[in-house]
Ligand binder design. Structure first.
Ligand code: SF4
Length: 366
């Protein structure tokens, strides 16, 4: 077994002791660590996959206040759930979590399964989430290997393999299965994550403060900043978008609900379309789109904002106009005219929340 070569001469018990001892002293006081409720740990792990701890805390508290139990989340409307997730991005993750808790409610009587095979079959649950939730909530010695943990382990074990390859992740999982504390897998996994967050940082690891420095091969060879090895991502696609905040003669604003599949499915947005810079001017392309798609004749003003929104695989460059709707627009399930005060009731993706903020700024001269 390949992991065996990395484990030769490695003092597993000393490592576990040093790592866990440090975690007991230094762990941060985080709301999802207050009890071992698997549902809350699950929510926190999904939130933490997309943003940092400090950002997650207020979202987590609000989310748990609104959906205090797995049943409460399972029974909630999708619209309400998406609204509570607003601002965190990656909406497919909350959709998957919502579907998965419904399944837990129906199939397992509302109890999060403690069996890795059952838990990992739930929607959106990969090996990392399985390891994190089951080790923390139930003390099951499953590896929880994400990018942070791979960075830490590639330094400790001097692994020069590319961490963007699946095989490398599997190697780390195999290593963790051998070194995880069977007495306290929860603290072991959390300590590795915490070490990656607080000490073994991507660019400047604080090796002098590191509790496992004595075990770290990269530190001993002075190559810690050269690890992990990671190939660069393929080029992200740039997409030009023109969007508009449009009012009708009663001051109502036109909003559109995205399709139920694909990127940002079922979220609301201001009318927009993809445009091509080299063709006729952007206003003309947007006007044509609004007429053809929504039957809306509009008079656009000047662009008042340009925003960039970065996804993992593409970048939206959005030019935003204001404008008036001339005549009537037929409202449908997916096209609504709403009062300004009602905008806050709909779940918008981050990019369109920013459009609204820019619009309000312009309106109030801020
Ligand atoms: Fe990371 Fe440095 Fe600690 Fe090694 S000694 S685990 S590189 S912080």
């Amino acid at each position: 077994m390949k992991e065996q070569t990395f484990l030769e001469g490695f003092a597993v018990e000393d490592f576990q002791r040093d790592l866990i001892h440090w975690f007991e002293k230094e762990q941060r006081d985080l709301p999802w660590r207050k009890d071992n409720d698997p549902y809350k740990i699950w929510v926190s792990e999904i939130m933490l996959q997309q943003t940092k701890v400090d950002t997650v805390i207020p979202y987590f508290n609000k989310f748990i206040e609104q959906f205090p139990t797995l049943e409460a989340l399972a029974e909630a409307d999708e619209e309400e759930v998406l609204k509570a997730w607003e601002g965190l991005g990656y909406y497919s993750r909350i959709r998957n979590l919502h579907a998965a808790v419904k399944e837990v409610k129906e199939q397992y009587g509302g109890k999060v399964p403690d069996n890795p095979e059952q838990f990992s079959k739930l929607k959106g649950v990969g090996p990392y989430t399985t390891g994190a939730v089951l080790s923390i909530a139930y003390g099951i010695p499953e590896p929880a290997v994400d990018g942070n943990v791979m960075r830490v382990l590639s330094r400790i074990f001097l692994v020069w393999e590319d961490i963007s390859k699946t095989g490398t992740r599997k190697l780390f999982e195999a290593i963790v299965r051998k070194i995880i504390s069977k007495e306290n897998p929860s603290y072991f996994n959390q300590a590795l994550m915490e070490l990656g967050a607080l000490i073994c940082a991507p660019r400047n690891p604080a090796c002098l403060l590191c509790p496992v420095q004595a075990h770290c091969r990269a530190f001993h060879e002075g190559v810690q900043t050269e690890l992990p090895v990671k190939t660069k991502k393929a080029n992200v696609k740039q997409v030009a978008i023109a969007a508009a905040v449009l009012k009708d003669e009663h001051g109502k604003i036109l909003i559109h609900k995205r399709d139920g599949a694909g990127l940002l499915a079922n979220l609301w947005e201001f009318p927009n379309c993809e445009v091509i810079h080299s063709q006729e001017n952007l206003e003309r392309q947007l006007e044509k789109f609004l007429q053809e798609e929504y039957g809306a004749a509009v008079q656009l003003g000047n662009p008042f904002a340009t925003l960039e929104h970065v996804f993992s695989h593409l970048v939206w460059n959005i030019t935003v106009y204001d404008g008036k709707i001339i005549g009537d627009v037929a409202e449908t399930e997916q096209l609504k005219l709403v009062d300004e005060q009602e905008i806050g009731l709909y779940a918008f993706p981050v990019s369109h929340q920013r459009i609204w903020q820019e619009y309000k700024k312009k309106e109030t001269g801020g």
